[in-house]
Design a protein. Structure first.
Length: 304
C-alpha cells in the first residue's frame, strides 16, 4: 500500500543571536496541532555567519515531531534572511510557506487555522494577530479580541504572522527588497507588490501569534526609539511606493498633527499623572521627529 503524498507546508523562522527566544519559539512550534492533510516541516535560517543558532536547532531536532532544517545566511539583513527562507522552502518542495519571528510563539491552532482559512476562502496570503506579552507560554484560555474579524482585507501585511502559497514567489519571482535590510518594512513592500500582481490577501482572527517583550524593550527610551525609527520607515516606504514629492505635504501634515497631539497629551499628563498619557505623548513626539528625519533622508538602520 502506497503512503499518501500530502502537500508540504514550511514554517519558516529567521534568527540572529537570540538563542533563548529561538528555543521558546521552536518548542511552541513543536506543540502545534498537526494538519491531517499536510506534511509540515520547519526551516530555521541563521543570519549570523558564525552559525550561533546551530546548537539550538540540533537540541530541538532530537525530539522534534516535524522535520527541522537549518541553514546559515551570511548576508546580513532582514530581507536577505527572508529570501533565504523562501529559497529553502522551495528547495524542500513546500506548497505553503509560513513566517513567524524568533521572538514569537504561536497558539497551538495557528498552523491548522491558517491552512483552513486558505482553503475556505481560496486565498493566496493570510495573516493574523500578534499579541504582545511578557510571558513565554501561550495564554490559550484567555479570549483575545482581534482588531479585525476573519475575512477582513488588511491594508498591510507583516511577516511576523503570515502564510502564503508558493506561487507567490515561484510564479511571480517576487523577492524581499534588500534596500530595506536594516530599516524594516521589507515585508510591507513584499506583500504590497504581490497584491499589485493580483495575489489575494485576508485576515484570520483565529491564527494567533504571541510576541515576547524582553525587559530592555519595556523602557520609555525604547518606546521612543521604536516609534521614531518606525516613522522614518513609513516615509521611506511611502517614497518607494508612491512619489518623493508627494511625501512632503503628506508627512508634514501628519507630523503637525502628531506634534499637536503630543503636546496636548503632555499637558494632560502634567495635570493627571496618567502614565498612559505620557506614553501617548512619547509615541507622538517620536513619530513627529521620525517623519521629519525621513523627509530629510536621515535614515536610522535600526536592525543593523
Amino acid at each position: 500500500m502506497n503512503t499518501p503524498i500530502y502537500p508540504i507546508v514550511a514554517i519558516c523562522v529567521a534568527t540572529y543571536k537570540r538563542p533563548e527566544l529561538l528555543i521558546n519559539c521552536l518548542n511552541a512550534i513543536m506543540q502545534l496541532d498537526r494538519s491531517d492533510k499536510h506534511e509540515t516541516i520547519v526551516i530555521v535560517v541563521d543570519n549570523d555567519k558564525n552559525g550561533t543558532a546551530r546548537r539550538v536547532v540540533e537540541q530541538i531536532k532530537d525530539t522534534s515531531k516535524y522535520n527541522l532544517f537549518y541553514a546559515v545566511e551570511k548576508s546580513r539583513g532582514l530581507a536577505s534572511a527572508r529570501n533565504r527562507l523562501i529559497k529553502e522552502a522551495i528547495k524542500h518542495k513546500a506548497e505553503f510557506i509560513g513566517f513567524i519571528d524568533d521572538d514569537e510563539f504561536p497558539h497551538p491552532k495557528w498552523l491548522t487555522s491558517h491552512l483552513a482559512t486558505i482553503q475556505e476562502y481560496n486565498i493566496d496570503i493570510v495573516t493574523g494577530p500578534v499579541i504582545s506579552t511578557f510571558e513565554t507560554k501561550p495564554m490559550n484560555n484567555i479570549k483575545i479580541k482581534a482588531k479585525h474579524p476573519t475575512g477582513y482585507i488588511p491594508r498591510n501585511i507583516a511577516a511576523n504572522n503570515v502564510m502564503f502559497k508558493k506561487d507567490l514567489v515561484a510564479k511571480s519571482e517576487i523577492i524581499f527588497n534588500t534596500d530595506f535590510n536594516f530599516i524594516g518594512g521589507e515585508d510591507f513592500d513584499f506583500f504590497d507588490r504581490a497584491t499589485k500582481k493580483g495575489f489575494s490577501k485576508i485576515w484570520n482572527a483565529d491564527a494567533i501569534v504571541y510576541e515576547t517583550i524582553p525587559e530592555e524593550r519595556r523602557t520609555k527610551k525604547y518606546l521612543f526609539f521604536r516609534h521614531f525609527t518606525g516613522a522614518i520607515n513609513n516615509v521611506v516606504y511611502y517614497k518607494a511606493k508612491k512619489n518623493v514629492l508627494l511625501a512632503w505635504p503628506h508627512f508634514l501634515i501628519k507630523a503637525s498633527g502628531k506634534f499637536l497631539g503630543a503636546f496636548i497629551d503632555l499637558i494632560l499628563f502634567i495635570f493627571t499623572f496618567d502614565k498612559y498619557k505620557l506614553e501617548k505623548s512619547i509615541v507622538k513626539f517620536a513619530s513627529t521627529f521620525g517623519y521629519l528625519c525621513g523627509l530629510l533622508n536621515i535614515i536610522v538602520e535600526r536592525y543593523r
